[in-house]
Write a protein that binds this ligand. Structure first.
Ligand code: F6P
Length: 572
């Protein structure tokens, strides 16, 4: 039966056998091919003497296939932002948006700027027509950055131009078709940039190139040079001024203070400046984000409107913040120390003493001074939170604002001592302070650098105020005046700011004119110079007491020395 069954199903068994043989042939053939490929790979690597490199070559080929998939993935991710574009610009085709995104991704400038470190030096290049406030902005920004620890210098292109000409001739050198003039201007710009580069290569952090940079070509060249050749960061700041009143004021300042016009009559100077502006206007190509691949900030009407494009980096963001709060209005600021205090009379430092009798007289005289001008030019008053400044300002008819950041230097463990007592109790501290007064920090107290830091917001605010009277203290006012007058930092702690004197600062351009108005009220002198013995400074910790006290000003120390520590006891 079984045999019969096999016989009847023979064709099925035959079919199965056929399939088996066929798959065996296919398997054998397949194996043969794989074997040859493997052999070929080994042979390829063998040709290279079986070096690691050649083996690596084989491996990397395989990796490339994987990478291809990964790249595809990355491209797909990078393309995602194009959705944003589609949303933002309805109607634009997806393919077009994707192409644009890819172009942006591959644009050399983007790749280059991304590679430059946040900590690389920064070149700031100004852009704009004359009289748009570029120099004022450059110097204010430099002052601000220096104060914030970024060593900054302005490289003024017109100063370099003047070095090439014994005398300024006329507007003619600014004509586009004046070849000699153009060559001089190009050369001057080149020299200014070279000096800026040297400054940055010397380890400083910011250089401001104060030129006009009015053509696209100039900006592209500068940007390429800075990014590709130097590896610096670059930021363009374009100054635009549509406000006629502001423009006129800028023009008047140029006529008064520019070295170009010092030997010309007023009419000649006005005519010359007008023609110079016309030459520049013909050549000016305002920055166009669609045509130029640069990061820039546009400042309109000295800070009225500030716009930014492709601005990245810590320093640049800080600069953008500063420019946003800036106003270029002319200003007068008054500074005065409080009237003579009871501590000043005793030669004691710090504390919260009241005014002496002469200090009260000064407060009266000060009020008379400002109240007399109140009808024409009213002032507002900023004091510290300490009694002596509030009492000094008390009779001035004005709004008064106590500001904690204006409080006097905190002398820590030396609060309330005289300089003589400091030498007696802490001779080492006293000597260390003389060695580096700017950086010396009193134990549990402050240094001048600390005051500079806490004053930052006050100074930024004050830069945009007019007719403010700051009633402060010796160390704090040294820092504030040092800021406005661009004093060298190491000189700050030795600036002489006497009692009973108004210091009036009036802005002109980016500078300030100083007037010292001494009111006729007697007072002690609290100014102590750095001690010098036979032209040599003696600030060593081994110096004698006499050497340490050689420059201490005289005072009337007739009360017990522990008055500040236990006033009740002292009263007894
Ligand atoms: O002497 C008056 C005073 O305002 C002190 O309160 C303060 O410690 C001192 O001046 C600061 O001046 P200097 O840094 O020269 O000691």
């Amino acid at each position: 039966m079984a045999l019969l069954r096999i016989q009847s199903d023979w064709y099925i068994y035959f079919w199965l056998l056929y399939c088996k043989i066929y798959s065996a042939i296919i398997w054998l053939f397949g194996n043969h091919c794989r074997g040859t490929d493997k052999a070929r790979a080994v042979i390829t690597s063998g040709i290279g003497g079986q070096s690691l490199g050649s083996l690596h070559r084989v491996r990397t080929r395989r990796k490339k296939t994987q990478q291809y998939h990964r790249t595809k993935h990355v491209v797909a991710l990078a393309r995602r932002p194009s959705y944003k574009r589609i949303v933002m610009a309805p109607g634009s085709s997806t393919a077009h948006a994707m192409m644009e995104d890819k172009e942006k991704l591959l644009a050399p400038a983007t790749i280059r700027s991304r590679r430059i470190s946040q900590f690389a030096p920064l070149l700031i290049a100004l852009v704009g027509l004359p009289a748009r406030g570029k120099s004022q902005l450059a110097h204010r920004l430099a002052r601000h950055l220096n104060w914030n620890g970024e060593s900054t210098k302005v490289f003024d292109c017109s100063e370099y131009r003047r070095r090439h000409m014994a005398l300024y001739g006329s507007h003619d050198i600014f004509r586009a078709d004046n070849q000699q003039g153009s060559a001089i201007r190009r050369q001057s710009a080149h020299e200014a940039v070279q000096d800026a580069v040297i400054w940055l290569k010397d380890g400083n952090s910011v250089a401001i190139f104060d030129g006009t940079n009015i053509t696209r070509e100039q900006r592209r060249e500068l940007s390429d040079y800075c990014l590709s050749d130097m590896g610096f960061r670059i930021l363009f700041i374009e100054c635009v001024c549509e406000d006629q009143e502001l423009l006129e004021r800028n023009i008047i300042e140029i006529l008064h203070y520019s070295a170009d016009y010092k030997d010309m009559s007023e009419e000649e100077a006005v005519d010359d400046l007008r023609k110079k502006l016309e030459h520049y206007m013909r050549q000016y190509e305002p920055i166009d984000a669609g045509l130029e691949s640069i990061g820039f900030v546009r400042v309109e009407n000295m800070g009225e409107t500030v716009t930014a494009h492709k601005v990245a980096g810590q320093k640049e963001s800080g600069i953008l913040g500063y420019l946003s709060g800036m106003r270029g209005l002319p200003q007068t600021i008054y500074f005065t120390r409080h009237g003579e205090s009871e501590y000043n009379v005793l030669g004691r430092i710090g504390g919260d003493a009241a005014l002496s009798a002469r200090g009260q007289l000064y407060a009266r005289a000060l009020a008379d001074y400002f109240n007399a001008m109140a009808t024409i030019d009213p002032v507002s008053v900023w004091t510290s939170e300490l009694r002596r400044t509030k009492q000094t300002a008390a009779d001035i008819h004005a709004v008064k604002r106590p500001v904690r950041a204006l409080n006097e230097l905190d002398a820590g463990i030396c609060e309330g001592l005289t300089y003589e007592e400091m030498q007696e109790r802490f001779p080492q501290e006293f000597a260390w302070r003389d060695q580096d007064k700017l950086r010396y920090r009193y134990p549990w107290g402050e240094s001048y650098i600390d005051i500079m830091t806490r004053l930052r917001p006050v100074l930024s605010a004050l830069e945009d105020e007019h007719n403010v009277v700051v009633v402060g203290h010796q160390a704090v006012l040294r820092c504030m005046l040092g800021y406005f007058l661009d004093a060298k930092l190491d000189e700050l702690p030795y600036m002489n700011v006497p009692l009973h004197t108004i210091v009036k600062l009036t802005s002109y351009g980016y500078k300030y004119k100083v007037e010292m108005i001494k009111l006729p009220v007697e007072c002690v002198d609290t100014y102590r110079q750095q001690p010098k013995v036979r032209a040599e400074q003696n600030c060593s910790i081994n110096r004698s007491t006499a050497e340490a006290l050689t420059t201490v000003p005289s005072h009337y120390d007739t009360l017990p020395s522990n008055l500040w520590q236990s006033p009740t006891e002292a009263q007894l």
